[in-house]
Design a binder for this molecule. Structure first.
Ligand SMILES: NC(=O)c1ccc[n+]([C@@H]2O[C@H](COP(=O)([O-])OP(=O)(O)OC[C@H]3O[C@@H](n4cnc5c(N)ncnc54)[C@H](O)[C@@H]3O)[C@@H](O)[C@H]2O)c1
Ligand SMILES: [Zn+2]
Length: 365
């Protein structure tokens, strides 16, 4: 199968970067940026209670300084809030406020706020302006770019959703300063994923920086580079029908680990790290890249503090869950495999015995 990595360096201006501001201190510009969308006096600001406590005042101050009245609303932190029930609370709040169609709704927070509040913005009054202010590393480099918004159903994650790109995205890497370290580390898995599939310079940079993961200048550089790559892929495949699949590097095994271990046992990024070890090993054993490159990847994951093996679950159950994944059709898994650091390809013809053997190497129990 053909090489599908987009190239050697991030593109200058992907279309999907339109309306995206990335800068340290960008939160202070929130008022000016929101005022660019449409003349309005009011904005609706929605965040989970933790993020509202940490950042609500700063954002509110930036908005009121530009003459906007802020109507705040909070929901409980956690994936459980990405539900139709909480979406209905937000609809009721907007309706009680008599929100009008030109009045923006701001999603302040991690991927849960972005997906939930974004879904409400996409659907309330058939769509009101959406501003994303992502505050986790994952939300800054991944969920705030690309327009996917959704809530979960008991039957599965993200089952009700839409493509609704935000009118503005305000990415302030300094907002990451308060992130608990275990969460920041987990989110680094997605940064390393981006480096392995697209960007060997980015890989070198992370390798040289493992002693200062919370450094604001480093985070600013990582966020900027990862956002450019994500935007480039989204430009090429806005509705996730083709090349966007390459972003699933490490995710085939990761989703299975998350399913088998149960929600919350592994952070998403931790499962992705183990998944990258597995996919990297498959790539090495099929001659896509070298053992040395796979080892370099795994050494970096471990140096960051990410797990490289799973415990407490059975490899056989992980293999079953992989085959039951909704992206797997007729038992054919589309593997994203690195061909060298900074490039990857998709291969759907791996020998199932090899896959079984490799998944067994991922257990440390
Ligand atoms: N739409 C997409 O394209 C896309 C892509 C990837 C993931 N997602 C979704 O994103 C969600 C996960 O996002 P997440 O990991 O950001 O989770 P999250 O939004 O629940 O945030 C994690 C925790 O961090 C806290 N937090 C957020 N910002 C903080 C800050 N600056 N300082 C201190 N604490 C802070 C939150 O209160 C929360 O408790 C999942 O639902 C996933 O499906 C969506
Ligand atoms: Zn992911």
């Amino acid at each position: 199968m053909g090489e599908v990595s987009p190239g050697a360096s991030p593109p200058a201006t992907p279309k999907s970067l339109k309306g995206v501001t990335i800068a340290r201190g960008a939160l202070a510009q929130a008022g000016q940026i929101v005022n660019e969308i449409a003349p309005t006096n009011r904005v609706f600001l929605c965040a989970d209670t933790v993020v509202m406590d940490l950042l609500g005042d700063r954002v509110t101050h930036a908005l009121t300084a530009s003459g906007l009245q802020v109507r705040p609303h909070t929901f409980e932190p956690g994936e459980e809030s990405k539900s139709l029930r909480v979406a209905a609370d937000l609809y009721d709040w907007l309706a009680a406020e008599r929100a009008e169609r030109r009045e923006p709704l701001i999603a302040l927070g991690g991927g849960v706020a972005g997906d939930l509040v974004g879904f409400v913005a996409a659907t309330y009054a058939r769509g009101i302006p959406l501003v994303q202010i992502p505050t986790t590393l994952l939300a800054q480099i991944d969920s705030s770019i690309g327009g996917k918004v959704a809530v979960d159903l008991p039957a599965g994650k993200n089952l009700v959703g839409a493509f609704y790109p935000a009118h503005r995205v305000i990415i302030d890497p300094d907002a990451l300063a308060t992130l608990p370290r275990p969460q920041l580390i987990a989110d680094y898995a997605e940064v390393i994923k981006t480096a392995v599939i697209f960007d060997s310079d980015l890989f070198d940079l992370i390798e040289a920086s493992t002693h200062k993961l919370h450094d604001p200048e480093l985070l600013a550089q990582l966020v900027e580079r990862c956002v450019r790559w994500k935007a480039k892929v989204v430009d090429e495949d806005p509705e996730d029908r083709g090349i966007r699949a390459i972003l699933n590097y490490g995710h085939t095994i990761a989703h299975a680990i998350e399913t088998v271990a149960g929600y919350g046992a592994y952070r998403h990024g931790e499962a992705v790290a183990i998944g990258m070890v597995g996919a990297g090993r498959l790539a090495a054993q099929t001659g896509h890249w070298t053992e040395a490159e796979a080892t370099r990847q795994n050494t970096l994951l471990a140096a960051i503090g990410l797990p490289t093996t799973f415990t407490g679950i059975q490899p056989a159950h992980v293999l079953d869950a992989m085959l039951r994944d909704k992206k797997v059709q007729n038992g054919v898994i589309r593997w994203v495999l690195p061909t060298t650091l900074g490039h990857a390809t998709v291969n759907n013809q791996l020998d199932p015995t090899l896959v079984t053997n490799v998944v067994h190497t991922l257990t440390s129990s």
